[in-house]
Write a protein that binds this ligand. Structure first.
Ligand SMILES: Nc1ncnc2c1ncn2[C@@H]1O[C@H](COP(=O)(O)OP(=O)(O)OP(=O)(O)O)[C@@H](O)[C@H]1O
Ligand SMILES: [Mg+2]
Length: 256
């Protein structure tokens, strides 16, 4: 564990949203959960850790003054107070977004230790920091997992993804993390793919949250850059995201 991770006087809680397979719905869940937490009065920052193919700005269509590259350009001047100046407020109270890079070349400039330091600064600026994690177990991802309070693992309900999720969860369990694990089956469709019973047997896990397939709403949300939970707060998707928000905040009460 690095010195950065050892700092204990943090205020905000780190939430990482992860998956074994691409396209599972991480960025959608990270962005919508950000809205839900903000709507419930928690100051929340959402950011991308895919530095090569960032897309958080697509989920929140907005003019951004700074992205993660801007933070790195001004790294020497940034601390736990000045980090506030680099946050872009989304069109609502309590929600802030730091988009990723503009190009993969910009991604080359991001250094792991400095990124972790930025995350640490953010914990002084917000109640929740949601990191949309790039797939895999890079050193940076492992450090983020070590620091996090909540890990949300997203799977889909097709056999290949569930089998990979099982491998992923096994590795995460071997890491002996102190964070709360939330396992979600996203894009679930009752009559397609595996049944809930089959999924739970394959994953050997109980208490899974199922979020149903809502293609039309989710596609529209991305295409116009407004999170689904704002577009249609009565949708099944939005209700599940609010339920996830409640789980996260319930677990967070009472400290680390
Ligand atoms: N519950 C859902 N129902 C239907 N479509 C969904 C659902 N959740 C996400 N999607 C769609 O799935 C696609 C992938 O979603 P998203 O970009 O959030 O996944 P991701 O895990 O972040 O992908 P990547 O691995 O590329 O970062 C998008 O087109 C999104 O609209
Ligand atoms: Mg994504």
């Amino acid at each position: 564990m690095t010195d950065i991770q050892k700092e204990t006087s943090r205020k905000g809680k780190l939430i990482v949203v992860a998956s074994s397979n691409g396209g599972s719905g991480k960025s959608s869940i990270a962005s919508n959960l950000g809205v839900s937490l903000a709507q419930n009065g928690h100051k929340t920052v959402v950011l991308d850790n895919n530095f090569y193919f960032s897309d958080m700005h697509v989920f929140f269509d907005k003019k951004y003054k700074h992205n993660i590259s801007g933070i790195f350009e001004n790294y020497a001047d940034i601390d736990e107070k000045t980090i506030e100046l680099y946050l872009t407020q989304y069109n609502m109270k309590n929600l802030y977004v730091i988009p990723g890079t503009n190009t993969p070349e910009d991604g080359e400039q991001i250094e792991d230790e400095k990124y972790l330091k930025v995350i640490n600064h953010l914990t002084f600026a917000a109640d929740y920091i949601i990191v949309d994690l790039v797939n895999g177990f890079s050193d940076l991802n492992l450090s983020l997992l070590d620091m996090c309070h909540h890990m949300i693992i997203i799977s889909n309900s097709n056999l290949n993804t569930v089998l990979n999720t099982k491998k992923y969860v096994d590795i995460v369990e071997q890491l002996n993390l102190t964070c709360e694990l939330h396992l979600i089956i996203n894009k679930y469709s009752k009559n397609k793919n595996l049944s809930q019973k089959q999924i739970e047997t394959l994953l050997d896990h109980e208490g899974l949250m199922y979020i149903k397939n809502e293609e039309k709403l989710m596609a529209k949300a991305i295409n116009i850059g407004i999170p689904a939970i704002i577009l249609n707060k009565a949708s099944a998707y939005s209700k599940k995201i609010n339920e996830l928000g409640k789980r996260v905040t319930a677990f967070s009460i009472g400290g680390e």
